[in-house]
Write a protein of this length. Structure first.
Length: 97
C-alpha cells in the first residue's frame, strides 16, 4: 500500500505543507522517515495551487447536506463514482413532481 499526499496550506500560511515538510510528532518521526524513504508515503508534486484550500471535511459536509457545491471541489471522475455508488452518504436529489 502507498499513501499519496496532496499538498495543503494551513490558515495564514503561503507555504504548502507537503509529505516532505509535514510536522510529525517526535515519537513517530522514525516511522514516518522510514515510510517516506521507502516510498510508502509519496508526495504529489504536480498539483494545482488553486486546490490547496479545499478541505475534505468541507467537501464531505456539503455532500452530506445535499449542497451541490461539493461537485466543483472534486475531480469529475470522483464525482461520477460517488454519485453512481452512493458513496459517503450521497443521495440523489428528489425529482420534482
Amino acid at each position: 500500500m502507498k499513501l499519496l499526499v496532496y499538498p495543503t496550506v494551513e490558515n495564514g500560511s503561503e507555504q504548502p505543507v507537503t509529505a516532505e515538510n509535514v510536522k510529525v510528532a517526535d515519537h513517530q518521526k522514525n516511522l514516518y522517515a522510514h515510510l517516506l524513504a521507502n516510498s510508502l508515503v509519496e508526495p504529489i508534486r504536480k498539483y494545482d495551487p488553486a486546490n490547496l484550500n479545499i478541505r475534505s471535511t468541507d467537501v464531505l459536509a456539503k455532500l452530506q447536506a445535499g449542497d451541490p457545491a461539493w461537485e466543483k471541489m472534486a475531480l469529475p471522475e470522483a464525482v461520477e463514482l460517488i454519485k453512481s455508488k452512493g458513496l459517503f452518504g450521497y443521495r440523489a436529489p428528489a425529482k420534482a413532481a
